[in-house]
Design a protein around this ligand. Structure first.
Ligand code: PLP
Length: 356
């Protein structure tokens, strides 16, 4: 039976990414050797890193003054690297969920943290609006897509302080105005590559302003100067990332991705809103994520939760169990998930409605 992969992360990748990576594990760039067993400084892998760097910038139309680095440590490492490199005295954070809270916790090791707003009062089911940002903060940190709660900030924010964004789960889902951001970072395992890789797109003029010494490996400058090759990079995930970047380009780039993603999200949200058995957890339509779609059984049907999960799983739906802090269901509909899979899930929901 065909599997429809709605996993939240690690998650679905383009078929071509998996196929090309599998091939490179056996025979990399015609070397007759695995990508895992040759020097990262050899000409074959250096070319991979250079192309990944170039395509990353090309797809996002990155203006001059920015550099992208590929690092280990996941997005969680960035929670400390950002304040280590940028926070002199005070930083502002928007608390929109678990990941934002974790970023806040790390920032507090380095200075004062102002939580400008929080949606914790309603289990993070909305994006706070109309908050004040102190003018004397070193930066404002936001999480553009809240993977667990299914909320998303899809408009590039206009703020007067440097803007830092965790885009782990919505990078490359839409075109961005990169010029509005000082740093964009994320883990690769949701929309780009297998786990083990993080990316950070850094506007260089925000660096070098803190007085504290920064350990070499945690200093963005080290990795910018080293072209992400200061030490051995995660070669396999970088190779896979390049395959996904190529796939994005050959599929029409980020405008086309956004179009497809909006269409997929519309199909599923429409069914959630229509089907009497279900309801969405995010009520404000503008706050609804187009990457992670959260829904629960409607009030009168709470006892059907386990039955629906079993019913859907039996029909090939994978990874739709909601995060334990929200419950219910979560369908992650990342770039690589075909519309066909969304339609298959809608069909399962309609069958289940008929059954009850
Ligand atoms: C998954 C996720 C993280 C954590 O990523 P790791 O690479 O596991 O550290 C951080 N932020 C967001 C928004 C995420 O979705």
């Amino acid at each position: 039976m065909k599997k429809h992969n709605f996993s939240a992360g690690p998650s679905i990748l383009p078929e071509v990414t998996i196929k090309n990576t599998a091939e490179a594990v056996v025979n990399f760039a015609g070397t007759g050797l695995s990508v895992m067993e040759v020097s990262h400084r050899g000409k074959e892998f250096t070319a991979v890193m250079e192309q990944a760097n170039k395509l990353f910038k090309e797809l996002l139309e990155v203006p001059a003054g920015y550099e992208v680095v590929f690092l280990g440590g996941g997005a969680s490492m960035q929670f400390c690297m950002v304040p280590y490199n940028l926070l002199s005295k005070k930083a502002a954070y928007l608390n929109t969920g678990t990941w934002a809270s974790k970023a806040i916790k790390e920032a507090k090791f380095f200075g004062e943290v102002v939580e400008v707003a929080s949606s914790k009062d309603k289990n993070y089911n909305y994006i706070p609006r109309d908050f004040d940002i102190p003018s004397d903060v070193d930066y404002l940190h936001i999480t553009t897509n809240n993977t667990i709660y299914g909320t998303e900030i899809r408009k590039d924010m206009d703020v007067k302080v440097p803007l830092v964004a965790d885009m782990s789960s919505d990078i490359f889902s839409r075109p961005l105005d990169v010029s509005k951001y000082a740093i964009i970072y994320g883990g690769a395992q949701k929309n780009l590559a297998p786990a083990g890789l993080a990316f950070a797109l850094v506007r260089e003029d925000v660096l070098g302003k803190v007085d504290r010494p920064i350990p070499t490996m945690l200093n963005y400058k080290t990795h910018i100067d080293g072209g992400s090759m200061f030490n051995t990079p995660p070669v396999l995930p970088v190779f896979a990332a390049l395959q996904t970047l190529n796939w994005l380009k050959s599929n029409g780039g980020l405008k086309e991705m956004e179009k497809r993603n909006i269409r997929k999200a519309d199909i599923l949200y429409s069914e959630i809103d229509r089907n009497r058995l279900f309801k969405g957890t995010v009520q404000n339509v503008d706050d609804r994520s187009i990457m992670n779609i959260c829904f629960v059984m409607n009030d009168d049907y709470q006892d059907l939760n386990a039955e629906f999960l079993e019913f859907a799983t039996a029909q090939g739906m994978v990874g739709i169990k909601g995060h334990r802090s929200v419950g219910g269901f979560r369908a992650s509909v990342y770039n690589a998930l075909p519309e066909e899979s969304v339609k298959a899930l809608v069909d399962v929901m309609q069958q289940f409605e008929k059954k009850h």
